[in-house]
Each structure stands twice: as structure tokens, then as C-alpha cells.
Design a protein around this ligand. Structure first.
Ligand code: 5RP
Length: 219
């Protein structure tokens, strides 16, 4: 199976967590795009979606799924999204698609975070995938210097402006042993909007796609 076929398998497997008559939190990326396709097949059974990016919003709307403003929504039963890395403690690196801030906000609202990923995303230690950090543009150099002090090698993601009008620094050279502490330290830097470490609020369920099938891991 190709990596995209594995992504498709987990995207469709996540449908079983969608309750009729609810609003669904929807992530961003190629795996989440398969989930959106799956959601389209039951669009008449759900009340709509809350979206983590302009790209996912466009795709949801193109399939006839109403997209609601998060401010109109009191609660969400589930948030379904991919990951760049996930460890055994269900902590993740996210933001490869630059949507980390909205992803983190919706994940915070949702009762359950369902991570959908192919098996290549499973790691023992987070950090091989460069850690994305969304930064206010004027703070770029300051935040980069602070990230070096934390042991990282930040790289400015060229030509990328987030949906919130900010820039991304991708931090290389990290081996993240205490993800909660690093998440707090980076989030505390003035000028940082969000770090793409989802450790304080990790996944509750992971659907992992491999050639043997979709494995469900519950926290
Ligand atoms: C976007 C994300 C994605 O979930 C992450 O990059 C995984 O992407 P893909 O499903 O395309 O492999 O965090 O900001």
C-alpha cells in the first residue's frame, strides 16, 4: 500500500467516531483531507464542521458541509486531525501544514482528539521532524535566538504566511524528552503564537494505518 492509501484508510476509519446530529472538529493536511471526503459521504447526518484552516474550510464547503465559526459552538465531541509525529504517550508534533494554531484551539475545545496517521508518523522520541513554531513577524529574529538557547536550530519557512498572518520557524536538532516542559517554555516566549507540540493536550485515540490494517490506540 502507498502512504496515501494508508492515510485514506485511517481517514475513513475515523467516521465511526462521528455521532449523527453533531458538529465535528476538522483538521488540516493530506490525511485530514481523506477524513473530509469521508465526512462528505454522511453530510446529511451531521450539523456541520468547525475547520482548522482556510484549505479545509474550502474542501468542506465544496462537499456541501456547513462550516461554523468556533465562537458559535459551545462544545465539540471530537476533533479529527493528522500529525507529523506521535509518540507512545500520544504526544504529537503538528504544524507541517502551518495550521497549528487553529488546530490547537479546536483541539482544546473538543472532548476527544482523534489522531489519524500512517505508521511512519510513530516515533519513540519526538523531534526528528522539525518542530513548527508560529511567530508574530516582528519577533522572528528574537524568537529564533531564544530557540537556539533552548538547543534548537530554527529555520525560517520561506514564502509561508499562516492563515493568521504570521510566519513559521521550523526548529531542527531537537530530541524532545520532556514535551510538556518544552511546550510551556516555547509558548512563554514573547512573539510566539503557538508551538506545534501537542503534549499538554495530546491525542485520546490514535488510528494508525499500516499494511496490516488500521490499529486503534486509546489513551
Ligand atoms: C497541519 C498538520 C498536519 O496534521 C500534519 O502536518 C500531517 O499532515 P499530513 O496528514 O499531510 O501528513 O499538523 O498543520
Amino acid at each position: 500500500m502507498t502512504q496515501d492509501e494508508l492515510k485514506k484508510a485511517v481517514g475513513w476509519a475515523a467516521l465511526k467516531y462521528v455521532q449523527p446530529g453533531t458538529i465535528v472538529g476538522v483538521g488540516t493536511g493530506s490525511t485530514a483531507a481523506h477524513f473530509i471526503d469521508a465526512l462528505g459521504s454522511i453530510r446529511h447526518q451531521i450539523d456541520g464542521a468547525v475547520s482548522s484552516s482556510e484549505a479545509s474550510t474550502q474542501k468542506l464547503k465544496s462537499l456541501g458541509i456547513p462550516v461554523l465559526d468556533l465562537n458559535e459552538v459551545d462544545s465539540l465531541a471530537i476533533y479529527v486531525d493528522g500529525a507529523d509525529e506521535i509518540n507512545g504517550a500520544m504526544q504529537m508534533i503538528k504544524g507541517g501544514g502551518a495550521a497549528l494554531t487553529r488546530e490547537k484551539i479546536i483541539a482544546a475545545v473538543a472532548d476527544r482528539f482523534i489522531c489519524i496517521a500512517d505508521a511512519s508518523k510513530q516515533v519513540d522520541v519526538l523531534g526528528k521532524f522539525p518542530l513548527p513554531v508560529e511567530v508574530i513577524p516582528m519577533a522572528r529574529s528574537f524568537v529564533a535566538r531564544e530557540l537556539v538557547k533552548l538547543g534548537g536550530l530554527p529555520e525560517y519557512r520561506q514564502q509561508v504566511v499562516t492563515d493568521n498572518g504570521n510566519i513559521i520557524l521550523d526548529v531542527h536538532n531537537l530530541s524532545i524528552l520532556d514535551a510538556v516542559a518544552l511546550e510551556k517554555a516555547i509558548n512563554a516566549l514573547p512573539g510566539v503564537v503557538t508551538v506545534g507540540l501537542f503534549a499538554t493536550r495530546g491525542a485520546d485515540i490514535a488510528l494508525i494505518g499500516s499494511p496490516d490494517g488500521v490499529k486503534t490506540i486509546e489513551r
